[in-house]
Write a protein that binds this ligand. Structure first.
Ligand SMILES: Cc1ncc(COP(=O)(O)O)c(C=O)c1O
Length: 397
């Protein structure tokens, strides 16, 4: 049997393309933030994670250009060897201070961060307890750890009764890590952190929270999930990304200095991969400075998302409730309807992300929309009106 048979047999994408409703890998030709150009047309972007609209901020661009001029375009080595710049260290210190943690370690992507730290920290005979809806990078980290015969247990999504049930199955004195998204990337819900922390204390577990969609979005001045609940000291490790609020590329983990130092000397994903490039680090650091100086952007983001959330709910859409930058609209159990809705929104000038199985469970097909602090009233009104028009056409409202 040829290894590539599965590739030759894969026709689903071509079938969807032939129906004209293929939503993925669309090339953006220009990007001003809330408005982008695709296929020569201006379209309102309602699917980006550019939460504070900083990818086109002149201060962020300038910082990236200056870093290229000073350090060049890449580091050509891992942090461990020749890839550490003073810029990496400066940013780690600033981010640690912002998050109220002793130390931060940068990785080259958020995905690599989870994949790097989970198997590095959890060893044979120790336990990972993971929310069933955690992001794919946590799943990848868990699987690498399980390959090293770590015990992996999963609990129902954001269900603390189920977490307690799972914890009760594990010896109290065993070393364990509870892992959860802070803001869940698909549904946009916030983890029930107060109960999670209480259970972790009772069961002697450490906590890792993935704040990819939380930093710059929730918490005091956008300081993320732990800050939202006044539990910064109780959350052992917070990880995140620079590909959303921070308008760049890269990942980080924040925590106790001794733990960060251990990860630094043991995580293969850090040691055997080139460090984040100078413009990526400089752009993310400039974005952090803007976040600190202009916290009103966070409020604006939440208000913008809320305007659309309540507008769509009022119109009769099945919207998952929340108070983050993500507004998911459930569209029933048909992939065809979901893809058609995406196409109609796109034709009318609104870009959203369509999620169908296996990305979401069957029946949870959705238009996952997300907002920026830089969306204007007229953009948001247009998004709501267009959803109404298309929703009526498809019999969804
Ligand atoms: C919850 C969550 N964690 C991690 C990541 C990965 O971040 P990055 O884009 O830096 O690889 C993402 C991005 O999609 C995410 O949504």
């Amino acid at each position: 049997m040829d290894l590539f048979k599965k590739c030759y047999d894969f026709t689903r994408a071509d079938e969807v393309k032939s129906q004209g409703v293929y939503p993925y890998f669309r090339a953006i030709e220009e990007n001003e933030g809330p408005v982008v150009s695709i296929e020569g047309r201006k379209i309102i972007m309602a699917g980006s994670n550019n939460y504070l609209g900083l990818t086109s901020d002149p201060r962020v661009k300038e910082a990236a250009i200056k870093a290229i001029e000073k350090y060049g375009t890449g580091c050509s080595g891992s942090r461990y060897l020749t890839g550490t710049l003073d810029l990496h260290i400066e940013f780690e210190e600033k981010l640690a201070k912002f998050l109220g943690k002793e130390a931060v370690l940068l990785f080259s992507t958020g995905f690599q961060t989870a994949q790097g730290i989970i198997p590095t920290l959890v060893h044979r005979g120790e336990y990972i307890i993971s929310d069933k809806d955690n992001h794919a990078c946590i799943v990848a980290g868990n699987l690498i750890a399980r390959g090293a015969t770590v015990d992996l247990l999963r609990y129902k999504h954001n269900n603390m009764d189920d977490l307690e049930r799972v914890l009760n199955k594990i010896p109290k004195d065993a070393a364990k890590l509870i892992v959860s998204d802070g803001v869940f990337s698909t549904g946009g819900e916030i983890v029930d952190l107060p109960r999670l922390v209480k259970l972790a204390k009772e069961h002697n577990a450490r906590i890792l929270i993935d704040d990819a969609h939380a930093v710059g979005v929730i918490g005091k001045g956008g300081r993320g999930t732990a800050s939202e609940f006044d539990l910064v000291d109780e959350v052992d490790l917070t990880m995140g990304t620079f590909s959303k609020t921070f308008a760049s590329l890269g990942g980080f983990v924040a925590g106790e200095a001794k733990v960060i130092d251990y990860i630094k000397h043991h995580a293969p994903a850090l040691i055997f991969s080139a460090s984040p490039t100078p413009p990526s680090v400089a752009a993310a650091m400039a974005a952090l400075e803007i976040l600190e100086q202009e916290p009103e952007r966070v409020t604006q983001l939440i208000n913008n998302a809320e305007k659309v959330r309540s507008g769509l709910k009022e119109a009769g859409f099945n919207v998952i409730d929340g108070r983050t930058g993500i507004v998911p609209v459930l569209v029933g159990g048909s992939d065809e309807t979901a893809l058609m809705m995406w196409r109609r929104l796109y034709d009318e000038g609104v870009f959203v992300n369509v999620f169908i199985p296996p990305g979401v469970p069957q029946g949870r097909q959705m238009m996952r929309t997300s907002y920026m602090s830089t969306h204007k009233e007229e953009h948001l009104d247009y998004i709501i009106e267009t959803f109404k028009k298309v929703g009526k056409e498809l019999g969804l409202i």
